[in-house]
Design a binder for this molecule. Structure first.
Ligand SMILES: Cc1cc2nc3c(=O)[nH]c(=O)nc-3n(C[C@H](O)[C@H](O)[C@H](O)COP(=O)(O)OP(=O)(O)OC[C@H]3O[C@@H](n4cnc5c(N)ncnc54)[C@H](O)[C@@H]3O)c2cc1C
Length: 373
């Protein structure tokens, strides 16, 4: 049966990217679309530390042509549905659940996709925990939060990656070293200092927290700068810029973090705020990878090796354009959906709403433009 009727599209991952593409295809009433999720809707957000909040603000500007930055469907607003400007992970997962219910998005949870292969007839064969599935198109939307990146220096296994922390309260007070001073590292420093810890943040890029940048993917967000100013006033956060960690050692029940400047002591396990890697296991062999570890994609976010395989979410990059925030990668949902619909000869007018709501970005030349003030 499955061999005679392949799906039109299988989407993998029920985070904002997978649900956003599904909502666009559902809007077009495309039949035989499945979304497979190994855990549950919003699983990555449910794994966020209890204290962590979205750094991108939610505000219900939709009716004046400025859609909520964290919305994944044009006419929705997490600010309205959650009553929060910086929702916690669990709250944002509720917004995603609400989207799935309201727009009747059929999500099959508890289904792991372990391998995807391109078949000679132009379809894809997916190995899943439910058995094999065939599909004309595949959208890989598996995110990155579930794959912490561990740094290559000796002793990194002694550290605790911030992606594995569920609650900062359990880490206690004392002296703590944090490796990495981007958003996750500063977020950890703020929460730990509020809980009474003394924190040293080590960041190799000395400019990161000193400069503003028109692209929040390359500088600390205003939300974090505000919180950092407040937290630093309490005098428990020290930031060491321009130092690179070379090793972590365990000494006399403490941890020595050896850097190119000096050695810092951490009473608890040093925290590794060293980022995340794209999860691509089942489709990795179908993508061409650049030297920075990102997939090379066509102008409609499709694999250059396996036509019909699309990528959605924070791992999409085109040159200097980094799509790591929801307000950025949602601009590509309609681009991917339109490519799929057009190739199936299915009408695309339903996607006009994305343009009317300013939720589609095709000309990437504006990315990185400086602000006037
Ligand atoms: C610490 C942190 C903070 C962030 N804060 C913000 C923020 O404030 N604002 C913002 O806009 N962005 C933020 N981001 C960016 C963030 O990556 C995205 O907001 C979002 O999580 C990405 O959505 P996604 O749908 O691509 O991935 P996810 O939300 O990670 O969803 C991917 C889903 O795929 C599933 N999956 C994975 N592999 C398989 C498989 N083989 N088979 C089946 N299912 C699978 C997972 O279980 C998961 O549910 C943050 C990221 C991090 C890491």
């Amino acid at each position: 049966m499955a061999l005679q009727h392949p799906c039109n599209t299988v989407i993998i991952g029920a985070g904002p990217a997978g649900l956003g593409v599904l909502a666009a295809l559902r809007q077009a009433q495309l039949p035989r679309v499945r979304l497979l999720e190994r855990d549950r809707i919003g699983a990555s957000f449910l794994k966020w530390p209890k204290q962590m909040r979205m750094i991108s603000p939610s505000f219900p500007g939709n009716s004046f042509g400025a859609p909520d930055l964290n919305a994944i469907v044009p006419w929705t607003s997490p600010a309205l549905s959650l009553g929060s400007e910086h929702p916690a992970g669990a709250a944002y997962a509720r917004y995603l659940e609400w989207i799935a219910e309201t727009y009747r998005l059929a999500v099959e949870t508890g289904v792991e996709v372990s391998r995807v292969d391109a078949e000679p007839d132009g379809t894809f064969r997916l190995e899943t925990s439910l058995g094999h599935v065939r599909s004309r198109f595949v959208v890989w939307a598996a995110g990155e939060f579930q794959q912490p990146r561990y740094p290559p220096f000796p002793g990194s296994e002694l550290g605790l990656h911030t992606g594995c922390i569920r609650d900062y309260e359990g880490l206690g007070a004392g002296e703590r070293v944090i490796v990495g001073g981007c958003e996750s590292g500063m977020d950890a420093a703020i929460h730990l200092s509020r809980l009474g810890a003394t924190v040293t943040v080590i960041e190799k890029n000395i400019q990161l927290y000193r400069e503003t940048n028109p692209d929040p993917s390359l500088a600390l967000s205003p939300f974090t700068l505000d919180r950092l100013r407040e937290a630093r006033a309490a005098g428990r956060i020290r930031i060491v810029g321009g130092a690179e960690v070379q090793q972590i050692e365990r000494k006399n029940g403490l941890y020595a973090v050896v850097t190119t400047k000096k050695t810092y002591v951490s009473s608890g396990r040093p925290l590794l705020a060293t980022g995340f890697s794209p999860c691509a296991g089942p489709v990795a062999h179908l993508l061409e990878w650049n030297s920075e570890g990102y997939a090379v994609l066509t102008e409609c976010d499709e694999s250059t090796l396996a036509p019909g395989l699309f990528v959605a979410g924070p791992v999409v990059r085109h040159g200097a354009a980094i799509f790591c925030f929801i307000y950025k990668f949602r601009q590509r949902f309609a681009v991917v959906a339109r490519a799929i619909l057009e190739r199936l000869g299915h009408p695309t007018e339903s996607l006009d709403i994305y343009r009317r709501h300013g939720m589609i970005l095709e000309d990437l030349s504006c990315c990185g433009e400086a602000c006037a003030c």
